[in-house]
Design a binder for this molecule. Sequence first.
Ligand code: FES
Length: 653
Amino acid sequence: EDDALVIFTPSGKRGRFPLGTPVLTAARQLGVDLDSVCGGRGICSKCQITPGYGEFPKHGVTVDADALSEWNAVEERYKSKRGMIDGRRLGCQAKVMGDVVIDVPPESQVHKQVIRKSATERVIEMDPATRLFYVEVAEPDMHEPTGDFERLAIALRDQWQIEDVEADLHLLRRLQTTLRKGEWKVTVALHKGNHDARHTILDIWPGFHEGGIYGLAIDLGSTTIAAHLCDLKDGRVLASSGVMNPQIRFGEDLMSRVSYAMMNPGGDQEMTNAVREAIDNLSLSIAAEAEVHVGAIYEIVFVCNPVMHHLLLGIDPVELGQAPFALATSGSLSLEARDLGLGNVNRAARVYVLPCIAGHVGADAAAVALSEEPGKSEDMVLIVDVGTNAEILLGNKTRVLACSSPTGPAFEGAQISSGQRAAPGAIERVEIDPVTKEPRFRVIGSDLWSDDPGFGAATATSGITGICGSGIIEAVAEMRMAGLVDPGGLIGGPDQTGTARCVAEGRTHSYVLHDGSAEGGPRIMVTQGDIRAIQLAKSALYAGARLLMDEMGVDTVDRVTLAGAFGAHISPKHAMVLGMIPDAALDKVTSAGNAAGTGARIALCNVAARDQIETTVHQIHKIETAIEPRFQEHFVNANAIPHATDPFPHLAG
Ligand code: FES
């Protein structure tokens, strides 16, 4: 016989090939996902495969020891220079000499799946808009008077089937020296966004480029700017980091920033400059943290609410401050980083901004929809992204609704007397004994409770400094369960509650959670004002969810997903006791982590996901809370803890 059976795992694809066919060629013909940057020249090592030998009853073949051609000089050189796992071969070098079963390890797949951190996290399949390609370009010739760029384009067409390539002037300026330095062998970084008809050469290196290419997924929030630095080859998150949004000095929440722009000529530009500078600095620090060169960042994906969206783009957000809340554009945007004044990343770096859903429902909500896919759910699922502004989605396979609700910054620990950001020393968990009314708590940075032996030593460095968002939610819910607070939100005095921890402060009472004053530390209290702030925030959240439930015609939901960095830290039981979220079985209330950030990562790593979300946002029906009269009614009813009228059967017992 002069041909042999080749079976690839895990895909199971199989076919017969003439003896002597390189494994890479067989893989390509069968459509097996096997990576190659150098096009089979034995340079990139991306094509590594693991042949299996012996009996394969499942596949009905026996593989002989000489089923592949012998280890050759290219593989030898590669292994001695860089090492290769034993048993691996280079797919472009090993040739089929007999029936064989070949495993493609995950790292050799182009469309590799990004490893998930948790079981609930959506799998990301790699299909980035920017990729590296190694090409060998024909040398110029007196008889064939074409330009170097044209010959590069022909090489890309012939060697990679890539048609339609363009390059901007700054790249053309470097092209000739690079081609000659690489002796007509170069690596190019090619970008093709989901709206692009052509590929753009973002960068070019002589020879085979060993370095990586990277992208940033940025969740631009009103309070924090959170970024993930991802490897565009395999989607790995190399560093995650966040900074405060410097626009806070112009106003804590979105509407106060819109007012700042309205009241101050040039105010929008000041805020635009501030946020761009912060992003530029963040790109530098996150690259340093990941130990990669900031200039190797070729793509940035942004998700943000509409006001942040406009301020990032340098568009005056004034229309977003008044009905009918018209966006300058709700569509996605493909830009260059230079257009946004981001100068630290590669000068050719591209930017993709996810589409907004509506004037009050931004690209952050779109990113949550991309990550959580409510439109694919059988159950009626409520997704709440808790932040200064809450993004709320409700739906299932038949219909998805969205709104946003102005919760204010109380859930982030702002406007709370002892409030602070989630950082070591902040109280994050609280329990109050219903009989003695004595509290115990845990602070960030220690696993011990305050009444555990060793707690003092464990918190000696950080101290006990304040209470963060999840801590205040638990504190208020626990106070309600212990009878220290009535359903209207009023803190009782020491006589009513039977504890001296309820102290009078003017005409109201406060509950002393921790008194560190003897050791020179703070006295951490929950004041009447704190309870009011939490009531306002939770009423806004609940009213938004209730409005969507009205519109959907349902009184209950099957599942609740808490998203956002903060959502991950809220205890479902306490959120429900407080009436932040509607009643549901406690085990159906789960956290999705930073779903908006995950959505940004998906759009960064998979260009087809950009089309997906652009389609999805058109299918989501938006509800405008600000002009909906029932919102006010729901808001008032939701002020009680947990609620004036809605039942919470799952809280009983
Ligand atoms: Fe590059 Fe095999 S394809 S080394």
